[in-house]
Design a protein around this ligand. Sequence first.
Ligand code: UFG
Length: 329
Amino acid sequence: MNVLVVGGAGYIGSHCVRQLIAAGHNPVVLDNLVYGHRAAVPEDVPFYPTNLGNEKEVGKILRKEKIELVMHFAAYAYVGESVTDPLKYYFNNVAATLHLLRCMIGSGVKKFVFSSTCATYGVPEKMPLVETMPQAPINPYGQTKLDVENILKSLAHANGLSFAAFRYFNAAGAAEDGAIGEHHDPETHLIPLAIDAATGLRPPLQVFGNDYPTPDGTCLRDYVHVDDLSRAHIAVFDQLAKPGAALFYNLGTGTPTSVLEVIRAVEKVTGKTVPHTIAPRRAGDPPALYADSTKAKTELNWTPKFTTIEPIVATAWQWHQANPQGFRS
Ligand code: UFG
């Protein structure tokens, strides 16, 4: 299938491009490179550094490349920044997506895979999370993702758009062959910061809170390998053959892992100590978030290859060792 990967130079998008190629599909990348890295995309993949607001140009790309399905990863994803600068998030994550969807409908492209998040659930009352639980985001980032989910529902009904929205838990790790990995600027994610603390590239890691109602007092998260996420995006293709399909899936391993357990995994994999201090809680962090992904497993036959934290960290470590400055290395 000819697939336009919007945000294909970003962390999850670039891993998806490589999985698409491995599965015999033809990815085309659109990424304005505000956060993405050109080097994360293979040279021979058609690449357009276009803004989604340029509907004329995006429409031309859809037609020229005979695109059959669009995957959309291009969003800003810093929760804290979304609180202080919500307009930036609503314009980029919602308004730009509306432009993309209007182009698709105008060009007759009716299959869409959307990168959503467990942040749409807010602070859930029960764990693990199933797709039917209430969605009540506690920050603009999560709200923008929920807004797009709702827009997609309307378009499925009115225009016959078929879509899958994947609610990711904590995307982690790097390509198994070490070719690409996680490089955010600024970096806020636990695993890359813990690795850089271990190697001395960054200051000691701050553990945000050790007084949560969890077994060791630190937050529990569901770390899921980025290639496992990517494979789910391809496994859903058959389901999108039905016009108006509106599908929602949690993607996680279902294994809750604490911040201290991540630190221990990084120490084991790297053979180095992770210097760390206990810091105050970070605003907006729910104590625990982990998925029930039974729906993706049964409907898509999706089975994550990585189910525990150490092998995930090992792939991240392989990438960081070879690329200590990320794509700048
Ligand atoms: N953490 C630390 N110290 C750090 C960084 C993180 O203790 O320096 C902790 C956080 O408090 C949290 C855990 O490590 O408990 C994971 O934090 P990340 O920042 O790596 O990931 P989040 O769970 O905050 O964020 C992820 C995605 C977001 C998404 C969010 C949904 O990266 O895009 O899940 O809750 F919005």
